[in-house]
Design a protein around this ligand. Structure first.
Ligand SMILES: Cc1ncc(COP(=O)(O)O)c(C=O)c1O
Length: 449
């Protein structure tokens, strides 16, 4: 794809990305006619691929009827229907949805509603939040303060609230000791979380925040068996809430609608985004339990928050259509089936690969982690920017994937994340792994490995 002159402030100020002018299923089409297989759905967004006819039809219908109405005056049919689809199906479970424009906004809303809930529940001293290192919760200041990625936090550290502290992530590949079983590791993490509650004062903690499967910062890291049950028990015992960030791993990505369904727990508050609207519109949501909302309803009567584009009718209509397609076409079955294929193909290609230490993930959410030395789990020198070289090599060969650096500690480490659309065919999954293999070989050759 060819570059062009720009006045858009792009992510890189040195390179201008090529223009995309079309999409077709798992493919993105450049202005010069080149085609890129979107193996990561951007950043785990495009769960239905591109230009899905039923979603486009629903958007056209809504746009011709009502594109926007401010929520200070009106609700809309798509917002009501989408909330009915998402929440309220289980007693005591998540019962209300607050629709925003993306993941960071959903996290901001989650943090603020947790705080407001405790104010109105007569526990104003609860003002601390415990999150985990190597997590990402968004780039706005509240979400960035919650996140535990050293590199992203560093420039803004003076602006980040001290209400957030961070514990060790459930990242077995790097954090589990050689002599530890999974159960020992979970017990150690639970003890650390308990100690953090004690350090802060257990009745000052409002919530624990975590991604059930860690996405961009560490590359598709599920927790060991029992970890989230242990976390839930500690939070319950101390009267703190559990906020789960499923912005990336939710909405079917791991093979169940919510990633937490595979952990045997449920959150009090949840953030979703990306796969909610599949990229057809910018939309995210904060989901909250009936207990939280009933307490606020009986108190001040309103969540003291808000944005201009809350519950945008067109965004809700697009997300509703995406969720209808996932349900009607039984795409979660497909995520499981293609997910097994992706795991198998990645394991065949990279399981014994000299510079791949780990192949991990769930559903259609998989990553490979690259290492200079597998035996000692030593990452490559970050100055080599290996993950960026893999991205460039893959893109040049018509593969869009989502490599990241800082896998180990926010500075060292390289991984490549894959999050193909749920509609990907078996051949397309094979092609993704073939092309990724070629890109990894070529990037490693370029750094003389
Ligand atoms: C787990 C997680 N939380 C929050 C966010 C922030 O979402 P957004 O970029 O839509 O603001 C992301 C984005 O990548 C994410 O992966």
């Amino acid at each position: 794809m060819t570059a062009h002159k720009t006045r858009v402030l792009h992510r890189s100020l040195r390179e201008t990305p090529p223009l995309a002018i079309g999409g077709e299923g798992v493919w993105l089409i450049g202005k010069d006619g080149s085609r890129v297989l979107d193996a990561s759905g951007g950043a785990a967004v495009s769960c239905l691929g591109h230009q899905h006819p039923r979603v486009l039809e629903a958007m056209k219908k809504q746009a011709s009827q009502l594109a926007y109405a401010h929520t200070a005056f009106f609700s809309s049919e798509p917002a009501e229907a989408l909330a009915d689809r998402l929440v309220g199906h289980e007693p005591g479970g998540l019962a209300y949805a607050y629709f925003v424009s993306g993941g960071s906004e959903a996290i901001e809303a989650a943090i603020k509603i947790a705080r407001q809930y405790f104010l109105e529940a007569g526990q104003p001293q609860r003002q601390r939040f415990i999150a985990r290192r190597q997590s990402y919760h968004g780039n706005t200041l509240g979400a960035l303060a919650a996140g535990g990625n050293a590199w992203r936090r560093e420039p803004y550290a003076p602006l980040l609230s001290a209400a957030f502290s961070h514990v060790t992530p459930a990242f077995a590949y790097h954090e589990k000791r050689d002599n530890e079983s999974d159960a020992d590791f979970v017990a150690r993490l639970a003890a650390e979380l308990e100690a953090e509650f004690q350090r802060l004062g257990p009745d000052t903690v409002a919530a624990f925040i975590a991604e059930p499967v860690v996405g961009a910062t560490a590359g598709c890291v599920p927790a060991p068996e029992g970890y989230f049950r242990a976390v839930r028990e500690i939070c319950n015992r101390h009267g703190a809430l559990v906020i789960l960030d499923e912005v990336m791993c939710g909405m079917g990505r791991t093979g169940t609608m919510h990633a937490w369904e595979q952990e045997g727990i449920a959150p009090d508050i949840q953030a979703i985004a990306k796969g909610l609207g599949g990229g057809y519109q910018p939309i995210g949501a904060m989901l909250a339990s009936g207990t939280i909302i009933d307490t606020i309803r009986a108190g001040s009567g309103a969540f003291q928050h808000g944005h201009t584009y809350l519950a945008h009718p067109l965004a809700c209509a697009a997300a509703l259509a995406v969720q209808e397609v996932i349900r009607e076409d039984r795409l979660l079955d497909r995520v499981k089936e293609r997910g097994r294929q992706l795991e198998q193909r990645l394991t065949e290609r990279f399981g014994n690969y000299r510079h791949v230490g780990d192949v991990r993930g769930r559903g259609l959410f998989w990553a490979i982690e690259l290492l200079a030395d597998r035996a000692s789990r030593t990452p490559f020198d970050p100055a080599l920017k290996l993950h960026q070289k893999i991205k460039a090599a893959a893109f040049a060969d018509g593969l869009g994937c989502y490599p990241g650096g800082g896998t180990v500690d926010g500075r060292r480490g390289d991984h490549v994340l894959l999050a193909p659309p749920y509609i990907a065919s078996a051949d397309e999954i094979d092609l993704i792994v073939d092309k990724l293999g070629t890109a990894v070989d070529s990037a490693l050759r370029s750094v003389n490995q």
